[in-house]
Design a protein around this ligand. Sequence first.
Ligand code: ZN
Length: 314
Amino acid sequence: MTTRLTNESINSLIEEQLAAWPEAKENFFRLGECRRHSVDLGDWHGAVQLNPARIRSTGAKVDARSISERPCFLCEANRPKEQITVPWISGWQLLVNPFPILPVHFTIVHPGHVAQAEIPLEMAAMAEAAPDLVIFFNGAKAGASAPDHRHVQAVLKSELPLVRLAEQNHPSSRGGWMSSDEFGLDLPFHFMSAVVTPDTDGMKTLVRCMSAFGIDKTDGHEDAGLLNAFMWIGCDVLLRIVVVPRRAHRPDCWYAPDDERIMVSPGAIDMAGILITPMEKDFQQVDDALGRRIYADVAFANHLPEQIKSRFLS
Ligand SMILES: [Zn+2]
């Protein structure tokens, strides 16, 4: 297989994988039954998706002890024998996600068992090789269910509302980084957006990703694990990047007493506008106001702190 992923090769890879793996096939077909409702988030619209199969990921224990005590499910030696591995960019391995949130959903895994760490710049080459996909990254403390094994994911870029929001508001002519504060919109949280030009300025823009961080709301410390990142090729055929700095992994409602608890554990797909709830009762409760509150709990609602923006803009 070539490194370039066309619509056709994406579909045939998924078909081949589902034919060989009944559990993945069942999860894939159940996805068609997942209900959705929309949420009005000011000048942006998102969706809430009821996805019971994601309980495994939403409820995952990601503290250091739980992680060290389980076999890593992303290491090749521990993967189910049915799972097809496609060697891809720089030796990273392309896998069909057996617990999909969207119909096209890949996990792309580093060949070695190394920690999630900073945003991988390989995402740029992946985005170029797969122009229909958006490649995204969950920082170790922002939704990664395997923070000990470096990985990214990919879905069709047409599926994520955040992709459209960035493209519509960050003009192609403005190369480099800008903050969504400058969009002049009422948004539930703020992020950094980049247009990467194919020159040395573009390289500098890309490399800034590696020093991105969020700020832990409990202790005020900068933390490189508290962020999500997205890379894709825009309609203008330029590489686009969005980095969402985070304040927490889970919203306050996650920690509420049992009967009031809402199981929402935002990773990159949630921050891109699709809030995943594995439980029916939570699905019904997440309305416009709670949607905004969840985003405000885990990211920066009014504006991004200067300390974060200056890392990109200086
Ligand atoms: Zn591993």
